[in-house]
Design a protein around this ligand. Structure first.
Ligand SMILES: *[C@@H]1O[C@H](CO)[C@@H](O)[C@H](O)[C@H]1NC(C)=O
Ligand SMILES: *[C@@H]1O[C@H](CO)[C@@H](O)[C@H](O)[C@H]1NC(C)=O
Ligand SMILES: *[C@@H]1O[C@H](CO)[C@@H](O)[C@H](O)[C@H]1NC(C)=O
Ligand SMILES: *[C@@H]1O[C@H](CO)[C@@H](O)[C@H](O)[C@H]1NC(C)=O
Ligand SMILES: CC(=O)N[C@H]1CO[C@H](CO)[C@@H](O)[C@@H]1O
Length: 392
């Protein structure tokens, strides 16, 4: 009876979580390389569907048209068409090709095409740079930060750090008279960075675009923005937390992130580097993470992006995270949030995307139907149990 009743209560818990309206929302800005790995799409799903998040902006740190369009499509599907998007210029038409394993697919252009939506649409792809709705990342950071309440913003950097370097170098403009570092000091409560290895590592997010810009941000942070703590989610944290299977097999057919995972990984689960960084940015340590250090700071080699922890007792502004639970336990939690988020979009009536998918592709799975069958079964069984307990 214990198992049966908890199975029946599960949907009620979901409904309860989704209707919690009184929790103060966390102001979040995401800086993402939504392009080469699909975990950025999973991270956007979490940020866009968490009831605890007020998503202020999404900055892209690759330069391709498809990243912007995919971001717009994903945000629009989850009911966030209003969230502004920034990307550095000039844009390119480059698409990801897995020339390393020859096993991963490309998802950004497909997501952009099949789920086109929001302010930046597939039809506009040749004139994106002319649109007022497409921001320069540094200008967008400065506008959104200047409008936010003091000390209220969390920035989750889940890609390259080039835009943050630009923000640190920025000076007063029409949005704020403050320099980049002063604006950050006034408005930001923490910067969460996915990248690096701890105590030492060689990480794609640190060397993949510009090692020297990564070094500029990380090596100068404590002197430029001493009041804002840095939290690192290293490669090792998410590497063995494999997620995406329930989303791929049981998520609604009209969900762009479900398809992004399928197109990218062909139904194989994927490491959760970026989703875990967003999970920390939203919920803090909780029962999922613990701090790996009490003191010290990160140093990045500007020549090759290799990072090394320097154990200096006097420095207590930077921390790297470790998992507090087993990989499988954390994966189950992320998977539950993926599925819950993707189902919540369907319930809100958002997400009419995916019209361009062929009938054949859509027929592949009936996850949405299964879910409703499950809910109906719960209702019927629940009624039977209530009746039964009255008679005994
Ligand atoms: C991208 O491709 C489109 C055609 O689909 C072309 O019109 C546009 O000029 C290209 N943009 C760049 C930056 O190459
Ligand atoms: C910011 O300034 C530093 C020098 O202080 C420079 O090395 C770096 O390239 C600049 N960042 C950007 C994005 O231009
Ligand atoms: C990066 O450069 C440093 C200093 O030259 C060197 O010690 C380190 O081995 C290099 N790392 C890689 C991965 O090449
Ligand atoms: C996750 O899996 C890796 C590889 O098997 C292992 O080294 C690590 O200890 C595991 N971490 C946790 C928290 O279970
Ligand atoms: C990847 C990239 O080019 N980033 C840019 C972020 O924004 C600053 C300022 O707009 C540019 O200088 C960077 O090049």
């Amino acid at each position: 009876m214990g198992f049966l009743s908890s199975l029946l209560l599960l949907p009620l818990t979901f409904i309860h979580l989704n209707s919690a309206v009184n929790t103060p929302k966390k102001n979040l800005i995401i800086d993402t390389d939504l392009y080469s790995d699909v975990d950025d799409a999973g991270a956007l799903l979490l940020a866009a569907t968490s009831p605890d998040v007020n998503l202020l902006a999404v900055n892209i740190n690759t330069k391709t048209t498809f990243s912007v369009l995919a971001a717009s499509a994903i945000l629009s599907h989850y009911g966030h068409s209003h969230v502004p998007i920034g990307i550095p210029r000039p844009l390119t038409n480059i698409t990801f090709f897995d020339g390393w394993y020859f096993s991963l697919g490309e998802y950004a252009s497909k997501t952009a095409y099949h789920f086109s939506g929001g302010k930046l649409k597939w039809e506009d792809r040749d004139r994106l740079e002319e649109l007022d709705d497409l921001w320069d990342p540094v200008a967008l950071y400065r506008k959104v930060l200047s409008e936010a309440e003091d000390g209220s913003v969390t920035i989750a950097s889940i890609g390259f750090l080039d835009n943050l370097s630009g923000l640190l170098n920025s000076t007063g403009d029409k949005y704020s008279s403050l320099s980049g570092p002063r604006l950050l000091s006034a408005k930001v409560r923490e910067l969460v960075i996915m990248g690096g290895g701890y105590p030492t590592g060689h990480s794609w997010n640190f060397f993949g675009s510009s090692s020297s810009l990564t070094a500029h941000v990380i090596n100068n942070w404590d002197s430029l923005v001493p009041s804002v703590p840095l939290f690192y989610v290293g490669d090792d944290v998410g590497k063995y937390v494999l997620t995406g299977t329930p989303l791929m097999t049981s998520g609604p057919d009209n969900d762009p992130v479900k398809w992004a995972y399928i197109w990218y990984s062909y139904y194989q689960p994927r490491a959760s580097w970026d989703p875990l960084a967003v999970l920390y940015a939203v919920h803090g340590l909780g029962d999922t993470f613990e701090l790996g250090n009490e003191y010290g700071y990160n140093h990045v080699d500007p020549a090759n992006g290799t990072n090394t922890w320097v154990w200096e007792e006097g420095r207590r502004n930077q921390f790297f995270l470790r998992l507090k639970k087993r990989n499988e336990t954390v994966a189950a939690k992320v998977d539950e949030l993926f599925l819950q988020g993707s189902l919540s979009a369907g319930r809100q009536g958002a997400g009419r995307g995916g019209e361009r998918l062929t009938g054949q592709a859509r027929k592949k799975d009936g996850g949405g139907l299964l879910w409703w069958a499950y809910l109906s079964l719960c209702t019927v069984l629940g009624t039977v149990i209530v009746w039964f307990s009255r008679w005994t």
